[in-house]
Ligand binder design. Sequence first.
Ligand code: KDG
Ligand code: MG
Length: 413
Amino acid sequence: MTIDLVDVNITSPGRNFVTLKITTSDGIVGWGDATLNGRELAVASYLSDHLASMLVGRDEDRIEDTWQYLYRGAYWRRGPVTMAAIAAVDMALWDIKAKKAGMPLYQLLGGASRDGVRVYAHASGTDYAALANAITGYEELGFTAVRVQTGVPGLGQIYGVSSAGPGVRYDYEPAKRAADGGAAERPHEENWDTRTYLSHMPGVFARIREDFGTGLRILHDGHHRMSPIEAARFAKDVEPYDLFWLEDCTPGEDQAALRLVRQHSTTPLAIGEIFNSVYDYQTLITERLIDYVRSAVTHTGGITAMKKLLDFAAVYGIRSGIHGPTDISPVGMAAALHLDLAIHNFGIQEYMPHNAETLEVFRTSFTFDRGFLHPGDQPGLGVELDEEAAAGHAYTKAYLPVNRLLDGTVHDW
Ligand code: KDG
Ligand code: MG
């Protein structure tokens, strides 16, 4: 059989998603996530204006060949737009193959290596009381791992911190529409000061350990804002609080920066959500500069590429920590969960649950039970887009913030 139809769906049930639909000549439908937060239409155009016509008539079973055809055939390699587009095609073809086999995708990837996928939640608060309240809420739901982000005195809204107040858990969404809910014409801006952050944060981890004990897995995201030597100091300072990982402590382009952090600290390191290829990790993996691979299946060329990346990491004792924020659609999340369940070197999975509107548009079959997710046993990825429901949510331009130092200099966000 062959690929008959290629459609790109753009919907915005509270936030924007780009989803690829591939239909085979015998009517089997596969779904792929192509969402690139704040740059959605570029990927949608890459798919509909460039890849769609190349895909029609191809044998849907030739997944590796199609991947290479799109990757090498472009001549221009890598980059988030290209790799998100290829990822969507790849996911959709794996969805089709697993549906044809009548199996959940994880069975085609080698079967389950574990009973469920340990996930971490996002706990945040503008101050310690709000953060502690959020952590307590997650513990009550059965989570054994939480990422903690908190306000830094004097800085206002910063990355990863919900301003909605205690009791609200699943609400941090950094890509913002305009204040009236319409299209944003430009990013909003936030402020940053690394010195204040470096002196504030270790005390927060100390209080969490005091209040929540040693069992809780604590993760933290530096979101690329520290210089190599600042990150080295921070990673060393927080050693007594036994972080599960420190994520993205330095800017993503500079793999060698993590050599300096490693020289000074045993805090486990994770990086990769803005990477899009195994080549972004070559130094990091071969020199064992990281402990966890943070790529998203959606931004790294799909299941085919992610499986190879994680197998490469496994040789060096490095584990997975697949990116799973709300800007990864439920289709991309399902792809991650099938991989998580199947691979041997699984570490942890990020889980920011989607809002109710999103879950009316994407019908999922994954299940959450006391801190663990399971992708479910429906054939394929186990997620279907309800196109009628999706049509009720028009695309609304939204942007991630731009960050500035207190003197106005643009900084990493
Ligand atoms: O779109 C940007 C988000 O995906 C990113 O800010 C989330 O850092 C993130 C994380 O660790 O989930
Ligand atoms: Mg992150």
